[in-house]
Design a protein around this ligand. Structure first.
Ligand code: CMC
Length: 429
């Protein structure tokens, strides 16, 4: 390997491959011509060593536990900013000026209502449908309601679609919740900020006045900031892959939402809380630690471990602080789940198995306790993740569409199935 190129020896051929350096983080070896030059593909299940794209949006240093949005540390954004400011930053690349922020907030706020026919669309779901099932369907259905912003070659339509999704996904999320508990939908209220409006749409009822608790609103806003983007994770890669075919943005974000639902990804916050409930008391922790370490037991400690972070997830630290703030505000002094979580974290962080495998708490470990205390049922946890991640998906999709070198994503494979063989009539098999 020299400064700008690396060589790969394949049989008697030596192939030169350019090394590309980013602004920070590991360089990459450009293998785009490898197949043409050697007739071979690379093999990397789970893409553990593959950079799928060039991006300017989010940077993670998993060994140091660093997360930057457009260069700004997540800790600073969560401490000083608000979610819509983070949205602007992710989409536009810079923090907004006061005038830009006011304009952006105004435009998002004016897009929060959904087509009235959407309410009818919701009536088709069973009341006991998982709200993530409803989210996947209703976000996808937006392309049937907003035809005038599905032409991806038109920058104005791309911008309108982006605004619509950031503004309307919380409305759909609140509707999914209200529908599941049999309460009437609550229309957005433009005088409220983004997160307060969302809380009101979830928890207000027509029979009485709803007062937003500013501490809870601030805490949820911070949770949204923490979840807004996370580099090329599974759901974001899904959005990019779906978008690479030219699919409309609503369809792409619906695809990302479907991917997020899985328990190894966005579904982990729901799974983590269920696990804490199952453990139930501090006395049971050793049994569950032993299960997690047992190779023959599929059980894993949910909320622990991360593909990229091999250090404390920086989001988990902020989340832990937020959890305490919310519980204090609500006067929850002795939450048995919090006791289990704190002790589980302590034991796991001092256990050889977890130390050696670099398994630290991730963001989902504490978020479930916080969301539960706020009044959200577990089935809504991943929905809240989707509300926050929508902007990250959109920023990544937009970056891809605007990249002149963009082409359809088409991975190859190592085929290990049967070689060619002849069809046998049914009587001769
Ligand atoms: N509990 C017990 N053992 C674990 C855990 C865990 N939570 N996570 C990983 N391991 C072990 C695993 O068994 C393996 O052991 P060995 O080397 O002996 O086979 C080793 O650690 C490496 O695991 P891996 O599955 O190869 O690692 P990965 O990078 O593919 O998986 C992960 C990352 C997040 C899927 C995994 O750690 C996990 O399943 N964690 C629990 C689910 C969870 O909390 N997910 C939320 C991720 S953060 C939110 C988000 O960004 O979406």
């Amino acid at each position: 390997m020299s400064g700008n190129t690396s060589q790969l020896q394949v049989g008697d051929k030596t192939v030169d491959m350019a090394i590309k350096k980013g602004s920070v983080g590991p360089a990459v070896i450009d293998i785009a011509k490898l197949y043409a030059q050697t007739g071979m593909f690379t093999y990397d299940p789970g893409f553990t060593s593959t950079a799928s794209c060039e991006s300017h949006i989010t940077y993670i240093d998993g060994d140091k536990g660093v997360l930057l949005y457009r260069g700004y540390p997540i800790e600073q954004l969560a401490e000083h900013g608000d979610f819509l400011e983070t949205c602007y930053l992710l989409l536009e690349g810079e923090l907004p000026t006061a005038a830009q922020k006011a304009d952006f907030d105004y435009r998002i706020t004016r897009h929060t209502m959904v087509h009235e026919q959407m309410a009818r669309f919701f009536q088709g779901f069973r009341r006991d449908a998982h709200p993530m099932a409803v989210m996947v369907a209703s976000i996808g259905a937006m392309s049937a309601f907003y035809h005038d912003s599905t032409d991806i070659s038109d920058p104005h339509q791309r911008m309108i679609a982006s605004m619509r999704m950031i503004a309307k996904v919380p409305t759909l999320a609140a509707m999914a919740y209200k529908y599941s508990i049999g309460q009437p939908f609550v229309y957005p209220l433009n005088s409220l900020d983004y997160t307060s409006n969302f809380l009101r749409m979830c928890f207000a009822v027509p029979a009485e006045e709803y007062k937003v608790n500013p501490v809870l609103s601030r805490a949820l806003d911070r949770i949204f900031i923490l979840h807004a983007d996370h580099e090329q994770n599974a759901s974001t890669s899904t959005v990019r892959l779906a978008g690479s075919s030219g699919a409309n943005p609503f369809a792409c974000i619906a695809a990302g939402t479907a991917c997020l639902w899985g328990p190894a990804h966005g579904g982990a916050n729901e799974a983590a809380l269920k696990m804490l409930e199952e453990i139930g008391s501090v006395d049971n922790i050793p049994k569950y630690i032993a299960k997690a370490k047992d190779k023959n037991d599929p059980f894993r400690l949910m909320g622990f471990g991360h593909r990229v972070y091999k250090n404390y997830d920086p989001r988990a630290k902020i989340m832990q602080k937020t959890t305490h703030e919310v519980l204090n505000e609500l006067g929850i002094k002795d939450d048995p789940l919090l006791d289990v979580a704190v002790e589980l974290e302590r034991i796991a962080l001092s256990d050889e198995y977890f130390i050696e495998k670099k398994l630290y708490p991730n963001i989902d470990f504490y978020s479930g306790i916080t969301l539960k205390a706020m009044g959200f049922p577990t089935s809504m946890f991943t929905v809240l993740f989707a509300v926050a991640r929508t902007v990250g998906w959109i920023a990544q999709w937009k970056e891809m569409i605007e990249d002149p070198s963009q082409k359809i994503g088409r991975p190859r494979q190592l085929y290990t199935g049967s070689p060619q063989r002849d069809y046998l009539p049914i009587g001769r098999r």
